[in-house]
Design a protein around this ligand. Structure first.
Ligand SMILES: Cc1cc2nc3c(=O)[nH]c(=O)nc-3n(C[C@H](O)[C@H](O)[C@H](O)COP(=O)(O)O)c2cc1C
Length: 208
């Protein structure tokens, strides 16, 4: 009997080793650098406190998330599954675990560890891979578990080729009293310049 390897997607225990500025799982968020954040003309920093929340199984979305984090001097939180996804779990079109979860409207995979305290943030970048045209169900779990009221949510995703499509708008009903920007799909190999250009176009300096 063989066991498939657990992907870098998740682990049962919090792993902050790849996260230099991580929103604490204990509820106390580490602030990233300069407390008197201000925006410059390139949109590099913001007065609003920003957190990047993401889910990633094979690392593509993580790379984009970390670039956004660095560009905005933001904090970051990785959504990790309590039951980590193995390689077999994400072999899509094989009726794998991920395939079944995406088909099941009631699937809400559990999140590992404590949820972040996002009360101090105004802007939440929310990143995920496209799974069968939609956000993975664990993103639904997150949005149903964390109070997003008053936040501006900016979705982004990675995919093999699919556009962001309805994946972000289908998340809107899971939050109440939150504002959503249109989302952006990136290829796994998206350049830093493409991400910078997208951030600049968001006009974050005019967001209260
Ligand atoms: C279960 C599953 C379903 C997927 N469905 C799609 C899809 O509908 N369209 C697409 O372009 N890519 C699809 N992909 C590919 C991923 O969106 C793509 O590899 C993504 O960049 C992975 O992000 P990650 O490395 O952050 O996990 C799917 C992958 C998995 C595991």
């Amino acid at each position: 009997m063989s066991f498939s390897a657990v992907t870098g997607c998740t682990s049962g225990t919090p792993n902050n080793t790849t996260q230099d500025k991580t929103a604490s799982h204990s509820g106390v968020n580490e602030k990233s650098g300069d407390e008197t954040k201000s925006i410059d003309s390139d949109g590099k920093k913001t007065n609003a406190d920003v957190i990047v929340v993401y889910f990633s199984c094979t690392g593509n979305t993580r790379t984009i998330a970390k670039t956004i984090q660095n560009e905005l001097n933001a904090d970051i939180y990785e959504i990790k599954a309590k039951n980590p996804y193995t390689e077999d779990d994400i072999k899509y079109y094989t009726d794998c675990r991920a395939d079944r979860e995406q088909k099941d409207p009631s699937a809400r995979p559990e999140i590992a560890g404590d949820l972040p305290d996002i009360s101090g943030y105004n802007i939440v970048f929310l990143g995920y891979p496209i799974w069968h045209g939609q956000a993975p169900k664990i993103v639904y779990t997150f949005l149903e578990s964390v109070d997003m009221s008053g936040k501006l949510i900016i979705p982004f995703c990675t995919s093999g080729s699919s556009p962001i499509g309805s994946s972000a708008t289908n998340l809107h009903p899971l939050t109440s009293d939150a504002k959503w920007k249109d989302g952006k799909r990136f290829a796994a190999e998206a350049s830093k310049e493409e991400i910078q250009s997208w951030i600049s176009g968001l006009d974050l300096q005019n967001i209260k």
